[in-house]
Design a protein around this ligand. Structure first.
Ligand code: SAH
Length: 491
């Protein structure tokens, strides 16, 4: 067994570890002998007997062999499979502490990576009900130990499937949808996909639920081009939804989705609005393929965030937590501080969600997004809402914006630029063009504090200063942090 300078431990050794921080994926962090150890399901304040799983040059992974002292911040997870399932990371930590951890992480990144000393952070906006909040689920389909088709979630870091009747962060109606799909697979003898042999048909079941409209989409991701006896699945799903409506009409509590726009979503009647296929015949870890085949209903669902109606296709990005998304967009709008005469660019605009929010208060909004289907949705969404002051471009933000800027001979200006990039953050070519356009304000919506901080630093070196920031928790029980930051042009 290889040993490492600086750490007297080797694989499988037992040692006592004090957990004093949380890592990026919600894992506990403790230090021993100058080494940093990452431990799944441990929280700050725990003292554990740890077993070494893996050692790297100056850090390692360990697992909890025994909890010696329980952290006072521990709570009992509501979900019986919270430990093994990879879906949630923080169910064993009180929600209050989850928020505190996210706030601290944000501050730490902005100060350490972003170089913003004493960053002005408003208190993170937590969720009123940190369970049952997700509108989108991607259930992997495979086989259980008994060889029968299994639908559930991946266990952490593996592709073995944990089956569970109820997921505590998903819209509860998924229970009925998954049960109907399971029944269909068994009754019709439809085979789950097998990764190791690249055979079998059903890879994933993607569901989307419109919290405000009750519209449901079920998209079967398949290793093939057609679904046998699709009408049986459709009928089972429709019946399951009907039954669910009957059993849960007007209920509150665990089975109800809390209030959305003044209406109890449980009082919303669910309806199977879309059943479709997504074709993915590649040998890949990627969940979705690029082709969608509608089977029943529309190839999209509609939903509302605040007053704006959105049409959402299977391949389009849509925020997964509609209640908090409204707060997120309202915050972005407040930071943009529009008076009605402004020209605004919304980069990484998806289906035009933020663009259309901004268009209510701006003269003109331009959106840029790389997924063509999302831009189709964005244009449709502008039309649906009677918004005529929004225009959309398909392409990479770091190509479209510099190109438009160049075409204008460097004359193109914006009053406000909003960016909402994926986790890897913004490309430097984009940030450089934004700085050259000299908007008064840049509103940065981020799902990764580290890349946010990196980009804040770049803008800070190119004529902008950090004004304020605020987290909006979109992922209760998960480790990720969503943030809005305002930067303004240095006068
Ligand atoms: N603002 C939207 C979407 C944010 S998610 C909302 O709140 O709903 C980030 C989006 O960036 C996704 O829609 C993704 O498809 C898109 N994207 C990823 N890389 C991109 C790039 N280089 N240029 C433009 N858009 C990109």
């Amino acid at each position: 067994m290889k040993e490492f300078a600086g750490c007297a431990l080797k694989k499988n050794d037992l040692f006592e570890l004090h957990i004093d921080a949380l890592g990026n994926e919600g894992e506990g962090i403790g230090r021993f002998d100058g080494f940093t150890f990452f431990v799944k399901d441990a929280v700050p304040g725990d003292v554990i007997r740890a077993r070494v799983l893996k050692l790297k040059k100056n850090y390692g992974y360990a697992r909890v062999e025994q909890l010696l002292t329980l952290s006072p911040d521990r709570v009992t997870p509501r979900c019986p499979v919270a430990g093994p399932c990879g879906g949630c990371q923080l169910q064993h930590l009180s929600y209050e502490k989850q928020l505190e951890y996210k706030q601290n992480k944000l501050r730490d990144c902005l100060e350490r990576i972003g170089g913003v000393a004493g960053a002005r952070l408003e208190p993170i906006i937590g969720m009123d009900e940190p369970y049952f909040y997700r509108n989108k689920a991607q259930f992997p389909v495979g086989r259980g130990r008994d060889g029968k088709p299994a639908i559930g979630f991946y266990a952490g870091h593996t592709h073995s499937i944990i089956e569970t009747e109820r997921c505590y962060i998903q819209a509860p109606v998924n229970e009925a949808l998954v049960a109907a799909v399971r029944e269909y697979l068994t009754e019709c003898g439809v085979q789950p996909y097998d990764e190791s042999t690249h055979s079998g048909l059903i890879r994933h079941v993607l569901t989307r639920v419109g919290f405000a409209t009750g519209e449901i989409m079920v998209c079967m991701v398949i290793n093939g081009t057609s679904l046998p006896r699709a009408e049986v699945l459709q009928e089972k799903l429709e019946r399951a939804v009907e039954r669910w409506n009957g059993e849960h009409a007007g209920t509150t509590g665990e089975n109800a989705i809390a209030e959305v726009d003044g209406k109890m979503a449980s009082a919303v009647q669910y309806r199977l609005a879309s059943l479709c296929l997504n074709i993915n015949t590649e040998k890949t870890n990627r969940i979705l393929g690029s082709r969608v085949v509608p089977l029943y209903g529309e190839p999209y669902i509609t939903d509302y965030i605040g007053p704006i109606q959105y049409r959402i296709s299977p391949l389009s990005f849509y925020q997964v937590n509609p209640r908090q998304t409204r707060r997120l967009y309202e915050l972005a709008l407040a930071y943009a501080d529009l008076k009605g005469s402004e020209t605004v660019w919304d980069l990484y605009c998806g289906i035009g969600t933020i663009s259309l929010f901004l268009a209510q208060r701006a003269k003109m909004v331009y959106g840029v997004e790389i997924v063509p289907q999302a831009i189709e949705d964005a244009r449709k969404n502008a039309e649906l809402n009677g918004i005529t002051n929004a225009e959309f471009f398909v392409g990479a933000a770091e190509e479209v914006l510099p190109l438009q800027y160049e075409k204008s001979g460097g004359a193109m200006r914006a009053d406000v630029v909003v960016v909402d990039p994926p986790r890897k953050g913004c490309d430097e070519a984009l940030l450089r063009t934004i700085a050259a356009m000299q908007p008064e304000r840049v509103v940065y919506v981020s799902c990764d504090p580290a890349t946010l901080a990196r980009d804040v630093k770049f803008l800070g070196q190119n004529g902008y200063e950090f004004v304020k920031g605020r987290g909006v928790d979109q992922f209760g029980m998960g480790g990720h942090v969503e943030t809005v930051v305002l930067m303004s042009k240095v006068k």
